[in-house]
Design a protein around this ligand. Structure first.
Ligand code: GZL
Length: 327
């Protein structure tokens, strides 16, 4: 497993993109060739556009494809696994040279991944993993360590609440790797603090609207008994902040709010004092994904898993950092 410093990749990306129109292939550099000598064609099965993080990931992969002169076949699955499986089969039928897959949930991929392997097309997983009996069904996974993100959120909150308080949890999409693992890491830490209790946990499907709706229900049921809300992503946290505001309470003060992703809107909410902390989960996976595809096609060995290094940001640092955020 290789730890990947996205800030380095970011700096590299920022460096090599200055002085050229962003996204245009560098004139004079050899363009990647497909299997028949034509332009490299890559199928990208994206989950959807459910969050600001997801849109930033899509932008990173689209702009990197354009920059490298790759013909990207993009499919938005509207967060439905059956749409992703359909798109993957279309990529195979169209004979793409490689596939990038962001799998909405962990299970149910084995049959279609076998068909792709049969067609000898490499698969690069980005941002979420899959549970398969045969790891050769994909070439590599480029993602963050979601369990560690959950632990960091738990550690930050335990410190903030001095080991005492009632928490409600907004979980991500049911069955998704980040939802399963961010819950696991967070509970691991909270369970070590006898004074901290998770009152309720429910999925908000990683969306702002659902996060608001579930938080409204939590407030109705538990009201002033809630000391903190832990959201598996910033979009659900921003929805929860709206619900807390509308309930006449002060988000960030009456109820501590902590989430994961580190998108721009989260930094704005921290500067406004409504969000207390966000654990970064870098979505700028385009460069690493295409580096992996190029290495695989050149017959080079690639790490089975490349982990992005994430940072924790809170209100003490938000003001100084917000201007340099890339997403
Ligand atoms: C994490 C990614 C998650 C983000 C959410 O890698 O899969 O999905 O945390 C997004 O914002 O919807």
């Amino acid at each position: 497993m290789k730890a990947f410093s996205f800030s380095l990749a970011l700096a590299a990306l920022a460096l090599c993109s200055c002085g050229e129109k962003s996204g245009s292939p560098n004139p004079g550099t050899p363009q990647p060739q497909g299997s028949t000598g034509k332009k490299l064609t890559v199928g990208f099965s994206q989950i959807g556009a459910e969050s600001a993080w997801r849109s930033a990931e899509t932008d990173s992969i689209r702009s990197e494809a354009e920059k490298r002169g790759v013909d990207l076949k993009f499919s938005d699955a509207q967060q439905k696994q059956e749409n992703q499986i359909k798109a993957l089969r279309t990529f195979v039928a169209n004979g793409v040279d490689a596939i990038i897959l962001a799998p909405v949930v962990e299970t149910g991929w084995e049959p279609v991944l076998r068909e792709i392997k049969q067609a000898n097309i490499p698969v690069v997983l980005v941002d979420r993993g899959v549970k398969v009996s045969d790891e050769s069904l994909y070439s590599t996974l480029i993602a963050s360590d979601f369990v560690e993100e959950g632990r960091r959120a738990g550690e930050w909150l335990a410190k903030k609440l001095e080991g005492k308080g009632n928490i409600v949890e907004l979980e991500g999409t049911i069955g998704a790797a980040p939802a399963i693992d961010r819950k696991k890491g967070f509970h691991e830490v909270i369970d070590k603090n006898p004074g901290m209790k998770i009152l309720r946990s429910q999925s908000g499907d990683f969306t702002r609207a659902k996060g608001k709706e579930v938080m409204e229900a939590f407030l109705k049921a538990e009201g002033k008994n809630i000391n903190a809300v832990y959201a598996h992503n910033d979009d659900m946290a921003l929805g929860a902040i709206q619900a807390i505001d509308e309930a006449g309470m002060k988000p960030g003060t009456d109820i501590v709010v902590i989430s994961i992703d580190g998108v721009k809107a989260a930094f704005e909410a921290m500067v406004a004092g409504k969000l207390n902390c966000t654990v970064e989960c870098n979505p700028l996976l385009g460069p690493a994904a295409f580096d992996a595809i190029e290495a695989i096609r050149a017959g080079k060995a690639v790490e089975k898993k490349t982990i992005a290094k994430d940072e924790v940001f809170d209100q003490s640092t938000a003001k100084d950092v917000i201007g340099s955020r890339k997403y």
